[in-house]
Ligand binder design. Structure first.
Ligand code: BGC
Length: 721
């Protein structure tokens, strides 16, 4: 399946950078053209590698680009001038750019008009799924008339940074015809090595020279081509951090690497992809979403996670949010349980920092970071947005009050056991996470004596526009869930290793008393659940009214002065997310009433919102709505519709949580798949354009094929894993 564009427009450079991104969990390469540099937002993003400059926000590091290439046409008789070809300056006759989804391969083909006739440049590139530090590229150059061409290709030392520069200028060298550029990250002094080697047929009459410029290390290859003749070269590059590349693999040829990569990615893609019958748009949406999730999977490590903006750059500090556990995790646990385990291991390993954070805020247990970077350090700033009018930072209560983050980790861990049955993962470490999170919420609840109940005050729920509220329904239910889960696994673990958890017994007995009295906001007489205490008393205005009041399209709507804060308009699914998580506890009438109430009051200014509305819509039979929300989630990066600014802060990039949401919506919503007591059941809710679905999922160590046709479905065991 191919996703492509058939024209070039400067206005689409940022969008295409996201839309046509390739990656392998270790490295992301934005969908930019070879002639582009930092001004066009080229980024080879390294998730999990961070750098912070004094007084500035953290960024994940972007590596120098070893595929930087531009062409020059040398003057000939009558046309003495040398002509540099560049998409932003030259005349373009035709242009194609895209990705082959099941190969994770980026391609482009541009026909430039030059003073000596047309010239076609085409390229392909991949970031290897088979051996992670390696990436490859192939370029073909074909002039319509005889031409003398200079190919400038090498390593672009200049790097796009948001809060950089993060790389010290490094050392360039050439060894055995390999270009090597070694630089260091500023804060931690990590050695980042970029190597590049090229191959082309000796049959061509070429002259090659290497030059080290302050901003680039380049090969300058002069070649004389006949009419219609193609000059083809291939490149391999290798980007390593404080480590050496495995010579036996680095020594392989381009074609071998390409095939290894293609076979590996294709297998992953085909086993995860969903076949949609009767609806090309939904097919595109789901395959495109699955592609985006697969290129993020950290296969290169046993403990790593996925940033909220994937591998598309440094937005949101390259940090990991609840996006991973609540929105992307279901995809991984059902299609690649070993990746799901890697994601969880990252959180288990970062427990010490979560414990430290809880202590810093005067609590006990584990308070996971809102924006998690290496080792689980919280990168979230207390002033996370800027005011568009004054350019001053706005105090936001994300880091200190979004306590629902800890429960997200517990939620994913619980899903892991439920879906995989892999209790070998229920070790002391894992048990410790259940314990510390429960302890955190225990230390955070208050006993309201006059109401005779435990409450959670001063929190920020998923809807970030209303900060510092009391008894946010989502947070309270998730805290309650965290208590229950701890008690459940405590019981299970007791039979595994009683000795190691005896120290947790005290909390166990305290929770048994607290559980029944933790306040869980219930539906009122109209079946509505109040998002937080006092929400229904806020000004009830329409979205149109809010838009009329807006003075600037990007003004921040939350916080102390935000236009939404004093109204019932919310940023994203909040009560609806809670209802999806705990759907078994509520009647259809309650689901319906809340869906109808909160829908017109939700701005969906977070990409995490649409899928939750879509999931609840599918439960209540609003199939047109669920379909619309599916397309919104699945095609957000295809259409480039994600928000670009939060206040004055740039927040562009890819939206993998939304891709994960699209997967959930199709599997759990449209197909209505449920996993209970060792059995998979289906209860299809296919929106009209979709006639059928076919996919496989992993459940309890086995692979099952699920086939939906109209309103019926079947589940068949495929093979034992
Ligand atoms: C949303 C959060 C989300 C974050 C990263 C914010 O706009 O409100 O819920 O975790 O973006 O995607």
């Amino acid at each position: 399946m191919i996703v492509k564009t058939e024209y070039f427009s400067q206005a689409d450079i940022e969008k295409n950078g996201n839309k046509f991104i390739i990656g392998n969990g270790y490295l992301g390469y934005r969908g930019t053209l070879e002639e582009f540099r930092k001004t066009e937002l080229v980024a080879l993003n390294m998730p999990g590698v961070y750098d912070t400059l004094p007084g500035k926000w953290t960024d994940s590091v972007n590596a120098p680009n070893p595929f930087y290439t531009y062409l020059e046409i040398l003057g000939c008789e009558g046309k003495k001038e040398t002509e540099i070809l560049h998409p932003l300056k030259s005349k373009i006759v035709s242009h194609k750019q895209g990705i082959i989804l099941d190969e994770a391969l980026h391609f482009r083909e541009t026909v430039f008009q030059t003073s000596q006739g047309n010239l076609t440049v085409s390229s392909k590139r991949f970031v290897s799924s088979a051996y992670y530090p390696i990436l490859g590229m192939e370029m073909n150059i074909t002039p319509k008339n005889p031409m003398e061409i200079v190919i400038n290709t090498g390593i672009d030392k200049e790097v796009w940074d948001q809060f950089g520069p993060h790389l010290e200028s490094g050392e360039a060298s050439v060894q055995n015809d390999v270009l090597i550029y070694v630089c260091r990250t500023k804060e931690k002094g990590l050695n980042l090595t970029v190597q590049e080697k090229i191959a082309y047929s000796p049959y061509y009459e070429t002259y090659e020279n290497i030059e080290n410029f302050p901003d680039k290390l380049m090969r300058i290859i002069k070649v004389r081509l006949k009419r219609g003749e193609t000059f083809k070269f291939t490149k391999l590059a290798c980007i390593t951090l404080n480590q050496a590349v495995e010579e036996s693999l680095w020594g392989l040829r381009y074609q071998k690497h390409y095939l290894m990569h293609r076979n590996c990615f294709r297998e992953r893609f085909n086993s995860a992809n969903i076949q949609v019958e009767g609806d090309g748009l939904a097919q595109l949406g789901i395959s495109y979403s699955i592609y985006h999730l697969l290129i993020l999977a950290p296969h290169h490590k046993k403990s790593a996670s996925i940033p909220a903006r994937g591998l598309s750059g440094q937005v949101y500090k390259g940090a990991v949010f609840w996006d991973t556990e609540i929105f992307m995790f279901p995809f991984f646990v059902l299609t690649a349980p070993e990746v799901a385990k890697t994601l969880l291991r990252y959180r288990i390993d970062s427990l010490p920092k979560a414990i430290q954070k809880a202590q810093e805020f005067g609590f006990s247990g584990a308070y996971y970071p809102w924006e998690s970077i290496e080792d689980g350090v919280d990168a979230c700033s207390l002033f996370n947005v800027t005011d568009v009018f004054t350019n001053r930072p706005i105090r936001t209560y994300f880091k200190d009050k979004q306590i629902h983050i800890s429960s997200a980790i517990v939620y994913a861990l619980d899903r892991y056991f439920k879906y995989t049955g892999d209790f070998s993962f229920l070790t002391e470490d894992t048990m410790q996470v259940f314990y510390e999170v429960a302890l955190f919420y225990y230390s955070r609840i208050y006993n309201s004596q006059w109401q005779d109940r435990y409450i959670l005050t001063d929190v920020t729920g998923p809807d970030e526009y209303h900060e510092r509220v009391d008894n946010n329904a989502y947070t309270n239910y998730m805290a309650h869930f965290s208590f229950e889960v701890f008690l459940k696994y405590y019981g299970l673990f007791w039979s595994i290793n009683q000795k190691s958890i005896i120290r947790m017994e005290d909390l166990k007995s305290k929770l048994s008393q607290v559980l029944a009295k933790l306040y869980l906001p219930k539906p009122n007489k109209n079946n509505l659940i109040e998002q937080f205490d006092g929400y229904f008393a806020l000004e009830d205005i329409s979205i149109e009214e809010l838009k009329k009041r807006q003075l600037h399209p990007n003004e921040y709507l939350g916080g102390a002065w935000g236009l939404a804060s004093s109204t019932q308009l919310i940023k994203q699914a909040d009560v609806l997310t809670m209802l999806w998580h705990f759907k078994e506890q509520f009647s259809l009438d309650v689901l319906k009433a809340n869906y109808e109430y909160y829908s017109p009051r939700t701005l969906h200014t977070s990409s995490l919102s649409a899928c939750m509305y879509g999931l609840v819509a599918s439960l209540i039979g609003k199939l047109d709505d669920s379909y619309r929300f599916f397309l919104d989630s699945a095609l957000i990066d295809y259409e480039g519709k994600g928000g670009k600014y939060a206040g004055g802060i740039y927040i562009g990039g890819t939206h993998p949580a939304s891709s994960g949401g699209a997967y959930m919506l199709m599997v759990l919503g449209f197909a209505g798949v449920r996993f209970e007591g060792g059995k998979i059941t289906v209860k299809p809710n296919l929106p009209p354009p979709i006639k059928g679905l076919k996919f496989t999922v992993n459940y309890l160590g086995k692979l099952y094929q699920i086939e939906i046709k109209g309103s019926t479905g079947s589940v068949t065991g495929v093979e034992s894993m």
